[in-house]
Design a protein around this ligand. Structure first.
Ligand SMILES: NC(=O)c1ccc[n+]([C@@H]2O[C@H](COP(=O)([O-])OP(=O)(O)OC[C@H]3O[C@@H](n4cnc5c(N)ncnc54)[C@H](O)[C@@H]3O)[C@@H](O)[C@H]2O)c1
Length: 458
């Protein structure tokens, strides 16, 4: 059989579904595990590789370590059949035709990119990979990183030349945790290659699981930059919404009303304000571009400011809580504060960079008695993170001086605000960080409502 780089598109398609080409997926996290399962579902032979032994054991026993709808079924149907897991990067590389890198790319304390995982995995793959294979990088990286760090590590440890001896392509994952299977399957996919052949082979491989359009960029650097621009666009627009909503809170203007009216103009797309931005992408990825821009003497002022504005939102919410309590003639220190929601996003069990987590820690540091409830989490999981948590909503809000809604889980939206208000220790306040209630349903003579983008309503 010819190697994958020599096959025709039809031969690649057939060889994938017949299990004739071996895939290794490096990094079995929120994005890597769904990717591995989608290929296994198509009949491909897949080795999922991860350095975390707990992750490997869970998947090997047929369980998912992340809460992703429908993922569990895919694992059960394929694990230990055409999908196996391993921790030996080199061994997997030695028998693989197609290698997909989805390891974490992070920032350090100084907000500088940390590409150590991607460099390490590339170096190890290079030690054992075979001529004629293809490597597709799917982790989010700054412009030029695949062509420098990844390519150099692969070439120096293998002695092969990218583009001549093996294929190299970059295709960012544009999915969101909690809907990864759906997004990976359906969203259009960006692909850039070290040469035309690499991009074409990568696109055939991607098409096996992606029904969305495949969009070629001129090269790898453009594909890397596309993903970062998407994230920065979103971050900047959320920052704009947050900034304008703070203005509205002080001006007795309702941001929500203005947003709905303004967005009827076809070029206006005001986003939702909130308590800050969390998750795996936006809090990190803008720094990948900021770093490269600084190296070439370009200051990305708006990008940096957007990060600052969104990072300050948890602090703003704590100020809102303080102000509302003061209005009730209470202090933070003596108050019981019920925080409803710890996830970073609605209807998802994920706490990474959650602004709600930051708010809880700030309130605790100021001496408040905090109790957290979130229908997606169990008390045991929160214990490890030192979060005062209860699995009972009733216990959380009973006798609270202040209730803070941080995330618009459907569960919270379906609550009757009157039942919440009834059990509070009056005078009390409700802080609606995600505008899920009508203020009129909350307000009473001894209960005030404070909404983002609306301000204090007594
Ligand atoms: N999570 C998201 O919403 C999302 C969306 C789009 C893109 N991305 C990008 O995808 C990449 C992966 O993110 P994630 O959220 O899946 O990460 P994650 O933290 O959920 O999982 C990463 C996995 O990689 C493993 N790992 C670390 N170093 C390794 C190595 N050297 N070899 C093998 N495995 C290793 C870890 O043990 C972990 O299980 C990142 O670049 C991220 O920016 C993430």
């Amino acid at each position: 059989m010819p190697n994958v780089m020599e096959m025709s598109p039809e031969e690649i398609e057939l060889a994938i579904t017949k299990g004739k080409l071996v895939f290794s997926i490096y990094g079995l996290g929120w994005m890597g595990l769904p990717t591995a399962c989608l290929y296994a579902e198509k009949g491909a032979r897949v080795i999922g590789v991860d350095i975390n032994s707990r992750v490997i054991e869970r998947i090997r026993s047929g369980e998912s370590h992340i809460e992703e709808p429908n993922l569990q079924v895919l694992i059960k149907n394929t694990i230990n059949k055409n999908f196996r897991v391993a921790s030996d990067i080199k061994e997997a590389a030695s028998i693989s035709d197609i290698m997909i890198i989805v390891v974490p790319t992070l920032i350090n304390e100084k907000r500088k990119p940390d590409y150590s995982a991607i460099e390490k995995v590339s170096r190890e793959i290079g030690l054992k990979m075979n001529q004629g294979c293809i490597i597709i990088v799917e982790s989010t990286v700054g412009p030029g990183i695949t062509d420098s760090i990844v390519k150099n590590a692969l070439e120096s440890s293998s002695g092969f030349k990218a583009g001549a001896d093996f294929g190299l392509a970059y295709s960012p994952i544009r999915a969101m945790a909690g809907r990864a299977l759906h997004d990976i399957r359906k969203y259009p996919r960006i692909v850039g290659g070290i040469n035309r052949k690499s991009a074409e082979v990568a696109s055939i491989i991607l098409k096996a699981i992606v029904s969305g359009e495949i969009i070629y960029t001129k090269n790898i650097i453009s594909a890397e930059t596309t993903k970062l621009f998407e994230n920065i666009y979103r971050d900047a627009n959320i920052a704009l919404a947050n900034e304008l909503s703070i203005f509205c809170e002080k001006s007795r203007i309702d941001f929500k009303e203005i947003k709905e009216a303004a967005n009827t103009q076809p070029y206006c797309h005001l986003h939702e304000p909130g308590i800050g931005v969390g998750g795996h992408c936006i809090p990190y990825n803008p720094y990948f571009l900021i770093d490269v821009a600084e190296e070439i003497g370009v200051e990305l002022k708006l990008t940096k400011n957007a990060r600052k504005i969104n990072d300050r939102m948890p602090n703003h919410i704590v100020k809102m809580i303080k102000r509302a309590l003061r209005y009730c003639r209470k202090s933070l220190k003596r108050s019981k504060i019920a925080v409803l929601g710890i996830s970073y996003r609605a209807n998802v069990k994920e706490i990474k960079n959650s602004p709600a987590y930051k708010i809880v820690n700030m309130l605790l540091a100021k001496g408040a008695k905090v109790l957290v409830y979130d229908p997606y989490f169990r008390a045991q999981e929160m214990k490890e993170m030192h979060i005062p948590f209860t699995e009972s909503l009733e216990k959380c809000i009973d006798g609270a001086d202040c209730v803070v809604f941080t995330v618009s889980h459907d569960f919270f939206k379906n609550l009757n605000p009157k039942n919440i208000v009834r059990v509070l220790r009056k005078p009390a306040c409700v802080i609606d960080g995600c505008r899920i209630f009508n203020p009129e349903d909350v307000k009473r003579k001894d209960v005030i409502y404070y909404g983002t983008g609306l301000g204090l309503q007594s």
